[in-house]
Structures are given as structure tokens and as C-alpha cells.
Ligand binder design. Structure first.
Ligand code: PLP
Length: 389
């Protein structure tokens, strides 16, 4: 239920926001300021406020401005990884004794950070099926939670949470809602406009888009939280390098086009796989058979994303064989790059949640559908699924 967001200008903002040609030379692409420190014209007389690159760097500034414009947010803060973004946002806003309510299907590393670092640090953690509003209401009525954490579409089960409804519910209880928008990217989904208090990204994925850089970001409208986040980032140091900032800036310029192509390819593949005899179930929110399809159709704009998962009828061994036989799809963790990737979550990305409430089925295979020619992708999957030989 997005209200104010203007999708039509997103591609233009991605290319132009923060991208003023260099004042000294006219270079159309803003330069990479590969420097740790800046000359001062007398003690404390800095040029443009630049003193030291942990605190501030022009290449990072350019990326922050571009990202804030694309998201339609007041503030963007780029960090050294998606997990650094999650850590800095939560550590700068929570205190020992606070409680956090986490969706039961999230990136494995998010659960590991919360359960292995935040819990010993004094944070109370509970897990809930965040797609079930009654279950969320019941948790929120039991105790005060500072934050409810939502990933939609979720990783790796592609579950859909209604951001607007969950935000309204959380706010009734004085709870903030954070959305990890990595899978949808700012192209397809606008959580701040749907009532979220903050958005985080692993920019490693669609925003960078070329599997060549690790990064993260926090998007906000609240000036006080922005102040706390930038303070902790500078105090603790989780900054992206100027080169990483520049690479991600370059990726973001083509995000709109890429994500739409990722989505179209993924939908075609999902529809194809629904008819494959080796497949028990296809998990993709673009399919009408998906339980969250109606919410996704309302909440996502221009596609349903490039990730889909499948469960194989013949179980674990069939899943392992499948992922080892593809030729265009590369067996690798991560997602959101131009090239197609395939992986086995139970043994790879989600190995760290084995034995917890977040454990995933062992016949599950996750595909990050790239922007290659879709016929080649379908042909590759078909030959890999031929499990008889
Ligand atoms: C990859 C990922 C993260 C973590 O990001 P890094 O850049 O690897 O630290 C967080 N959330 C989601 C949904 C992800 O896919």
C-alpha cells in the first residue's frame, strides 16, 4: 500500500542524484577519492567538512545521496556490509534489556548475529511467523518489544509479510518496525512509504548487482536515529572503502533495468518449474499458487524479484545432485548479481540456523536468477533436473 512514492522517476534519480560532474575537471563520473585524510587550510579549517575518511569521504557521500534519492528517504548511510548495517542500526538504537521480535525466516547471518552476539549482550530475542498477524499481535501483547524485524520476500522461503499491516500493528504497541528490503530492492518495494521506521540492505546483492563488492546500507527518515547511526558508524568504524562506494554507485545506476529483467526471468523460470515432475513445490511470490501472492501483487511494483526456491520430490540427495549439475547457474552463496547462482541453503547459507526455529527443509534449492537469456537458463535447469543419468 504505497502512498506517495513516485516510481516513474526512480531510474532517473538512480543515474543523476549525487552525480554532479567533478567541479575541478568536469569529469562526468565523480572521481574515487582514495584517501584516508584531507589537508586542512589551517588548524580545523577543513574544505567541505572533510577531515578523515572513517568519518566522512566524498565518494561515500555521493553514494549516500544517490541511495537516499532512489529510496525516497531523508537519510542513507552506507556501511561495510549488510550485517554491519544491521549491527549498527540495532546497537545504536537498542540497549541491554530491550527485546526484539524476529521473523522466523530470515537471512541466516541475521539470526546468528542476534542469537550469538546480541543475546549474550543482554537483548531478549523471540522468533515468530511474522506473516501471521495474529501470532505477531499475541507476541506484542505479552511483553514490550523495541523492534519487530521483517524480511519480505524472506530468505530462503520467499514468504511475504504485509508491511503496512505489520507496521500499523507494531505502532499500536509502541514497537518500531525494520524491513530488510534486500530481496525486493528499492525498485520493487518502498517500506518507508508503507510505514516502516527503517530499511536495511545488503548492497552486496541487487544494488551492487555484479557480485564484485560487499556492502550494506541503512535508510531512514528520523533525524535522531540518523544521528545515532552515524555516531556509532564513526565511533566503531564499519565504513565502506571509497572504491567499494564507487563500485556500488555504478551498480545502482542500472538497478531499475536489472531488477525488472531479474524478475521477468525468475517468473518465467518459476512457471516452467511448476510443471517439472521432479519438483514438489516452487516458492515464488509471482506465482498465483503462492500464499502471499495477493499481498505481494499489491506491495511490490513492477515484479516479484529474482530469487526463487524449489523443493525436490526425491529429497536431500536429489537437491544436492541438482545443484551440482547446472552449467549456466554457478554453485555459490549470495544472490542479486547479473549471473545466475544456485545453492543448497540447508548446507550453505542457512547452515548456521540448523537445529533452530529457522531451520530450512533439506530438499530445498535456492536460485538467484540472473539477467542472461531466459531460454539458456531454462535449458540449463532442464538438463540439470534430468536426474536419471
Ligand atoms: C546477504 C544478506 C544480508 C547480509 O549482508 P552482507 O552484505 O553479506 O553482510 C542480510 N540480509 C539479507 C536478506 C541478505 O540476503
Amino acid at each position: 500500500m504505497a502512498h506517495n512514492f513516485d516510481d516513474s522517476a526512480l531510474a532517473t534519480r538512480a543515474i543523476h542524484a549525487g552525480q554532479e560532474p567533478d567541479a575541478a575537471t568536469g569529469a562526468v563520473v565523480p572521481p574515487i577519492y582514495m584517501t584516508s585524510t584531507f589537508k586542512q587550510d589551517g588548524v580545523g579549517k577543513m574544505r567541505g567538512g572533510y577531515d578523515y575518511s572513517r568519518s566522512v569521504n566524498p565518494t561515500r557521500d555521493v553514494f549516500d545521496a544517490q541511495l537516499a534519492a532512489v529510496e525516497g528517504a531523508q537519510y542513507a548511510v552506507a556501511l561495510s556490509s549488510g550485517l554491519a548495517a544491521i549491527d549498527v542500526l540495532l546497537r545504536s538504537t537498542l540497549q541491554p534489556g530491550d527485546s526484539i521480535l524476529l521473523g522466523d525466516d530470515v537471512y541466516g547471518g541475521t539470526y546468528r548475529l542476534l542469537s550469538k552476539v546480541f543475546v549474550p549482550w543482554g537483548i531478549h530475542l523471540e522468533v515468530v511467523d511474522v506473516t501471521d498477524l495474529d501470532a505477531v499481535r499475541s507476541k506484542l501483547s505479552e511483553r514490550h518489544f523495541a523492534v519487530v524485524w521483517v524480511e519480505t520476500p524472506s530468505n530462503p522461503l520467499l514468504r511475504i509479510t504485509d508491511i503496512w499491516a505489520t507496521a500499523s500493528l507494531a505502532h499500536e504497541f509502541g514497537t518500531k518496525i525494520v524491513v530488510d528490503n534486500t530481496f525486493a530492492s528499492p525498485v520493487l518495494q518502498h517500506p518507508l512509504d508503507d510505514g516502516a521506521d527503517a530499511v536495511v540492505y545488503s548492497t552486496t546483492k541487487y544494488i551492487g548487482g555484479h557480485s564484485d563488492v560487499v556492502g550494506g546500507a541503512i535508510l531512514l527518515n528520523d533525524p535522531q536515529v540518523y544521528e545515532k547511526v552515524t555516531f556509532l558508524q564513526n565511533a566503531a568504524g564499519a565504513v565502506p572503502s571509497p572504491f567499494d562506494s564507487w563500485l556500488t554507485t555504478r551498480g545502482l545506476k542500472t538497478l531499475d533495468m536489472r531488477v525488472k529483467r531479474h524478475s521477468a526471468n525468475a517468473l518465467a523460470l518459476a512457471q516452467h518449474l511448476e510443471n517439472a515432475p521432479q519438483i514438489e513445490r516452487v516458492l515464488y511470490p509471482g506465482l498465483e499458487s503462492h500464499p502471499g501472492h495477493d499481498i505481494a501483487a499489491r506491495q511490490m511494483h513492477g515484479g516479484f524479484g529474482g530469487v526463487l526456491s524449489v523443493q525436490l520430490k526425491d529429497g536431500l540427495e536429489a537437491a544436492k545432485t541438482f545443484v551440482s549439475r547446472t552449467k549456466v547457474f554457478t554453485l555459490a552463496e549470495s544472490l542479486g548479481g547479473v549471473e545466475s547462482l544456485i545453492e543448497h541453503p540447508a548446507a550453505m547459507t542457512h547452515a548456521s540456523v540448523s537445529g533452530t526455529a529457522l531451520q530450512v527443509p533439506d530438499n530445498l534449492v535456492r536460485l538467484s536468477v540472473g539477467i542472461e537469456s531466459v531460454d539458456d537458463l531454462i535449458e540449463d535447469i532442464d538438463q540439470a533436473l534430468d536426474l536419471r543419468s
